[in-house]
Design a protein around this ligand. Structure first.
Ligand SMILES: Nc1ncnc2c1ncn2[C@@H]1O[C@H](COP(=O)(O)OP(=O)(O)OP(=O)(O)O)[C@@H](O)[C@H]1O
Length: 319
């Protein structure tokens, strides 16, 4: 991860002209913070979701960007509602499978959304518990014959009632035919076959590698019918995330601090040699570091006002 500003930085105003530019933008006010948010929450969700679910929809809606994830959840909610109506009229209801593929770069919100989806599925009656079991290759793959199947089965059991989230799922395909990763995939495929099982499996990772992973076993693509792309955030979205994160921690960014972060992000996002940029996680790390730097600065101050304790200044962002 690069922490230095790039010499290739461009006019910040052009940084926001991403693929998101044709979305409807409204100014969303929560407390006293103004963040531009796309207007997406359909009226039917507002009107019909019970309170616990409505507050989870709010939580989803308040996440910056993530349009595909939001749209998918609105569709699933509508489907569940309409199925209930069909039931009343004795019409057939096709049971849909909600195992999903989350495709996107690091820090684009995949785990955050998976955790929230779990709770929302619980409230919608799709899952009984809604918890998230997050695993990676080492959790699934064993060291001797039979060990992998046992480990995988145990994790599926733990995930019952909730979500089994497999991060960097393609690493299961890393070792080829002889690797125990293949055994894990086969075992998982079998668990997914049982559509009555009360759990949802989400596999996550980078775009291309996920496509290759799905080709590994002919049974896999049809078992993961829901695909969600997690795009890299634009500079404006990352700045909105920075504002949200600081607010949630009871801090605030001065105008100069925001400009400094904007310049830094513009440099990184437009750097053609930039690799492994971790999107919102990079922003979180920057803010956490700035909070430490601010603490040292404040230790030298004569007087500590409430405002100064909250204020993150440009000089606190030492990159
Ligand atoms: N849209 C968003 N709004 C606010 N915060 C976000 C958003 N997306 C991500 N974050 C924050 O960024 C951090 C990284 O997010 P998360 O772990 O969900 O990403 P990820 O895609 O699962 O990353 P990885 O693939 O590297 O595991 C978390 O602290 C999360 O709270």
């Amino acid at each position: 991860m690069r922490h230095s500003e790039s010499s290739l930085s461009i006019d910040p105003s052009s940084a926001s002209t991403s693929s998101n530019s044709n979305r409807i933008q409204v100014v969303f006010k929560r407390n006293d913070l103004s963040i531009k948010k796309p207007e997406t929450l359909p009226e039917y969700v507002n009107a019909s979701a019970p309170s616990e679910l409505a507050s989870l929809f709010d939580e989803l809606e308040n996440l910056i960007g993530l349009q595909e994830a939001k749209k998918t959840m609105y569709e699933i909610y509508a489907l569940i509602k309409i199925n209930k109506e069909r039931e009343k009229h004795h019409l057939k209801i096709e049971k849909q499978v909600f195992h999903m593929v989350f495709k996107g770069n690091p820090g684009t919100g995949k785990t955050t959304v998976a955790r929230l989806f779990g709770k929302m599925f619980r409230e919608m009656g799709i899952l009984s518990k809604g918890h998230l079991i997050e695993v990676e290759r080492a959790d699934l793959v064993g060291e001797f014959i039979g060990h992998t199947a046992q480990k995988t089965r145990e994790l599926v059991k733990k995930a019952l009632g909730g979500i089994l989230f497999i991060d960097e799922a393609y690493s299961l395909a890393r070792g080829g035919e002889k690797d125990f990763g293949k055994e894990a995939v086969d075992c998982l495929t079998k668990a997914l076959e049982d559509s009555n099982k009360d759990f949802i499996c989400i596999i996550a990772g980078y775009n291309d590698e996920m496509e290759q992973f799905l080709e590994l076993n002919p049974g896999l693509p049809s078992r993961f019918p829901v695909h969600i792309n997690f795009s890299d955030y634009s500079v404006e979205e990352l700045l909105d995330i920075a504002t949200l994160m600081t607010r949630e921690k009871d801090f605030e960014l001065t105008r100069e601090a925001k400009e400094k972060i904007r310049r830094l992000l513009t440099g990184i996002v437009n750097d053609p040699f930039q690799q492994n940029f971790s999107n919102a996680r990079f922003v979180r790390n920057c803010i956490e570091k700035a909070i430490r730097v601010q603490a040292v600065r404040l230790m030298k101050a004569n007087e500590l006002t409430r405002e100064e304790l909250q204020r993150l200044r440009a000089e606190d962002f030492q990159v």
